[in-house]
Each structure stands twice: as structure tokens, then as C-alpha cells.
Design a protein. Structure first.
Length: 175
């Protein structure tokens, strides 16, 4: 049992920041993201099958389901597929140019379908592999790659080159 828990602690250390970011960008509240992230890892510990049997997509599947449950129980009607945030928690040190770039990127992301946004966010901000995204969305890896590439092509057509490059390689301070 202790060996299994130590494997879980390594898994927790490896995925905590990514899971928190994944949740935060979907609920847009630091407190809610912290609470849900705690719940996610508690559920994961209860179901922990052992490190050698767990992929990265496993924890994101738990996270995705818990975020969906969160929105189901929430009184207001918000379409979870339309919720996304690129800038992360407010950082007053982010300069005006970066904030303008973030606004341009948000506008451009609005031209994508919910599925396209979801895949781009998982790939660029959540740093999931195509394989992990495919497992999470129950789609083929080839389909996820194609959707991501087409989405990036669409974003490129709506963004100035410097903002598109910043989007893809993460030059903009998003946290």
C-alpha cells in the first residue's frame, strides 16, 4: 500500500499544475479550481490502479468529468463548451502589449468551434500529447492531429504573425 501511495505522489507531482491549469481555464475561478483540483486528486487516489497502469489522459478524464459535473450542478446556464480563458489568474505586471495580444487571441479563438478550441487548448496550454487528447476525447489520434492543424491554420488567418507565433510557442505570459 505504501509503495502504491508513493507512486501516486509522483503522479500527483507530475500532473498537479497541469490539472489545475486545465480546470482553471474552464471554471475561471481560482477558488473553484483549487477545490475541484483537490477533489480530482482525491478521486484519483481512491481509484489508483498503480503507476504502470496509468496514462496522462487518465487524470484529465477525471478532471473533465468533474468539471462537467460542476457545471451540471450550477444553477446558472453556462455552456461548458464555450468557456475558456487564456490569460489565467490576473497578473498586474503583464504589460499592455501582452494584454492586447491575449485579447486578439481570445477573439481569434472565438472563430473556432468548441471542439477545435478544446483541442487547441489541451495541446498548447494543457500540454497534452495528441495521443492523450485522443484518449480523453475518445477519438483517433489522426483526427485530433488534423483538427489541431486545421484550427491553427484558422487562427493564423485571424491573427497578426507576432500574435500567432506567441500563441504557438507561448511567448505571452499566460499565468
Amino acid at each position: 500500500m505504501e509503495r502504491e501511495q508513493s507512486g501516486f505522489l509522483e503522479y500527483y507531482d507530475q500532473y498537479f499544475k497541469k490539472v489545475y491549469g486545465f480546470v482553471y481555464r474552464r471554471v475561471l475561478s481560482r477558488e473553484t479550481a483549487e477545490d475541484l483540483t483537490s477533489e480530482i486528486f482525491i478521486k484519483a487516489l481512491k481509484k489508483w490502479p498503480g503507476r504502470e497502469m496509468v496514462s496522462g489522459a487518465w487524470i484529465f478524464m477525471i478532471a473533465r468529468n468533474l468539471v462537467i459535473d460542476y457545471y451540471r450542478t450550477k444553477k446558472e446556464t453556462t455552456d461548458i463548451e464555450t468557456v475558456f480563458d487564456l490569460a489565467g489568474p490576473i497578473n498586474h505586471l503583464v504589460d499592455v502589449a501582452n494584454r492586447q495580444s491575449v485579447e486578439k487571441i481570445k477573439t481569434a479563438m472565438g472563430y473556432l468551434s468548441a471542439r477545435q478550441r478544446q483541442i487547441v487548448m489541451m495541446r498548447l496550454w494543457d500540454e497534452l500529447s495528441y495521443k492523450e487528447i485522443a484518449e480523453l476525447l475518445e477519438q483517433s489520434e489522426a483526427s485530433v492531429k488534423m483538427t489541431c492543424l486545421r484550427s491553427l491554420k484558422t487562427l493564423r488567418s485571424y491573427l497578426p504573425e507576432k500574435d500567432f507565433i506567441a500563441l504557438v510557442i507561448g511567448l505571452i505570459i499566460l499565468n
